[in-house]
Ligand binder design. Structure first.
Ligand code: SF4
Length: 73
């Protein structure tokens, strides 16, 4: 599992980065993406807090196995 930021929902408030800066980065406009940084499972509480705090419900956990399967289709 890894977090995913839906770019169509993110409005660049940067709350996720403030809460979990090891897992979320922002671009020059403040739009966020999930980094490939440290293990998400080891810091799940911080990621869950960022998900809960996002005012646009733009972050969710995705199954990396599904993502890998879709790439190979
Ligand atoms: S908290 Fe939500 S809206 Fe704000 S930058 Fe992060 S993903 Fe985007």
């Amino acid at each position: 599992m890894r977090p995913h930021v839906d770019p169509t929902r993110c409005r660049g408030y940067g709350v996720c980065h403030e809460i979990a800066d090891r897992h979320f980065a922002t671009d020059d406009w403040g739009l966020a993406w999930a980094t490939n940084g440290p293990s998400y499972s080891a810091d799940r509480t911080a990621v869950d807090a960022a998900i809960a705090a996002c005012p646009f419900d733009a972050i969710r956990w995705i199954d990396t196995a599904d993502q890998d399967r879709n790439r190979s289709d």
